[in-house]
Design a protein around this ligand. Structure first.
Ligand code: BG6
Length: 491
């Protein structure tokens, strides 16, 4: 589509920013909170960057009022945060920890009192350790039942105050990283188990949405998916087919279940042939296909897409190898992986047209528009951008400021493409940049920063945790105040 003039952002557009409990809260064992799998995993030597863990993180648990005051100053319309399941149910199920629940209610009240719409994520990776120990975590259907119990507690307590809810954050990331690449807990490398655990999470997601529709009829709920569009490297039809295969493996496998209640047929056949398909019981199908289990919107976390070429039967070149080993989040099939069913079908390669961040993530604002267009036309749901941002090394300069012009440039380019997507006709509820304050990266410590608000903290746990507004803070403040009009000024 081409437009002489862009439409404005919708009147009630939710300009926001996001975080996740483990990455900001700290207070890991305070006020009755139980341990999560991340509290354990991060303390195993060698698992995280310089041994960082979330025991203190950026201390949001104690400083949430200060953080919300800054949100108000920025004019933020929405704040996406997650609830730590084991703060509310220390044992994963059973007894409710009133102090934990009260913390989230106080946070929600503080947000509402300051004109910020809460967007509550139910699961952002910090599974209660008790469920991992008792049931084997997401490998058991009992964990899906426990998730439903936990959701019920939150719906009953906060359903009248919180309108927007996210079920699972990036199931397509935490499942492969946890059960295939062993970069996240429970650090398994087994594809069969990965597909089985993934199915259980699909059931948990469906149960949570179904229950929500009963208990919070006025609200809206959906999963947040880490979507990246796949491009073929060339117009060679073999590359195009490779891209189709990669879309199926990397995206459709989840999106189709979420949005249609059905697993995609080509991939089911393929995985069945390979002996990797999950066991799907008749009652699972009824649950997944139940219209009440369909999301009201699709959350989209956009960082980058991927480019593929046709099958790689021979060993990869050094350049390809280097590319695939840059970052575990790129999740390219690796040769040393015991089973890599994708290898004969597609091979991830660098896109020759795109620059990369310091962490090797391709920077592709146009891909953002492509992503939104594809999702809207395939699934026809309203979209909510629940994450998008630039991870960079930020420097606190002598003037006591952070001049992050690179972040402004990144965000502006993405927001302009978002505006084009809106003008194309994509329905978008809001945009939550990743992240609000700087926070603990799961695997990159505090070196890789995303926030509008700098937090004085490093891997050695030094720093006073002081909050400092970056240049991007003031820039986003203007974007929000003008409902996006300032994006096109001074371009
Ligand atoms: C997303 C996650 O995958 O990426 C966030 O939802 C995460 O929790 C973000 O922090 C950025 O990842 P990283 O590794 O750059 O911190």
């Amino acid at each position: 589509m081409y437009h002489q003039q862009l439409d404005g952002f919708p009147k009630d557009f939710l300009w926001g920013a996001a975080s996740a409990a483990y990455q900001v809260e700290g207070a890991w064992n305070e006020d009755g909170k139980g341990p999560s799998i991340w509290d354990h995993f991060a303390k195993i030597p060698g698992k995280t960057f310089e041994g960082t863990n979330g025991d203190v993180a950026v201390d949001h648990y104690h400083r949430y009022k200060e953080d919300v005051a800054l949100m108000k100053e920025m004019g933020m319309k929405a704040y996406r945060f997650s609830v730590a399941w084991s703060r509310v149910l220390p044992d994963g199920e059973g007894e409710v920890n009133e102090a934990g629940l009260a913390f989230y209610e106080a946070l929600v009240d503080e947000l509402l009192a300051n004109g910020v719409e809460p967007v509550l994520t139910l699961f952002h990776w910090d599974l209660p350790q008790a469920l991992q120990d008792r049931y084997g975590g997401w490998e058991s259907r009992k964990t899906a039942d426990a998730f439903e119990t936990y959701c019920r507690v939150l719906y009953e307590r906060l359903g009248k105050k919180v309108k927007y809810w996210v079920t699972m954050n990036e199931q397509n990331v935490f499942i492969p990283l946890g059960y295939r690449w062993a970069a996240h807990p429970p650090a398994v490398t087994d594809l069969k188990r990965m597909y089985a655990a993934n199915h259980i999470v699909n059931l948990a997601n469906a149960k949570a949405i179904k229950l929500f529709h009963q208990l919070v009829p006025e609200g809206m709920i959906g999963p947040s998916f880490g979507y990246g569009p796949i491009y073929p490297l060339t117009a060679d039809p073999n590359d195009v087919l490779a891209a189709e295969n990669a879309e199926a493996f990397n995206n459709e496998w989840w999106l189709s279940v979420y949005c249609t209640g059905k697993y995609p047929r080509f991939l089911v056949k393929q995985l069945t042939e390979l002996g990797l398909a999950p066991e799907i019981l008749p009652e699972d199908r009824s649950l997944l296909e139940d219209a009440a289990a369909r999301p009201d919107f699709l959350g989209v976390n956009y960082y980058h897409g991927g480019t593929v070429k046709t099958n790689r039967i021979a060993a990869p070149s050094d350049e390809e190898k280097e590319f695939s080993e840059t970052d575990p989040y790129l999740m390219q099939p690796k040769d040393d992986q015991a089973q890599s069913p994708e290898v004969p079908m597609f091979n991830g390669v660098a896109n020759p047209y795109l620059e990369k961040t310091a962490w090797g993530w391709e920077i592709d604002p146009v891909g953002f528009r492509v992503a939104l267009r594809r999702l809207q036309s395939r699934y026809d749901l309203p979209l909510f951008i629940t994450e998008n941002g630039l991870g960079a090394v930020d420097e606190l300069t002598e003037d006591g400021k952070i001049h992050d012009a690179y972040r402004v440039e990144y965000l502006r380019a993405h927001l302009l493409e978002l505006q084009k997507a809106v003008t194309d006709g994509v329905e978008i509820l809001g945009y939550c940049a990743w992240s609000y304050t700087d926070l603990l990266s799961w695997l990159n410590g505090y070196k890789k920063r995303y926030g509008f608000v700098y937090v004085d903290r490093n891997e050695q746990e030094e720093g006073q945790l002081t909050r400092i507004k970056k240049d991007s803070f003031y820039w986003y403040q203007q974007v929000i105040a003008t409902n996006g009009v300032s994006l096109v000024e001074n371009v």
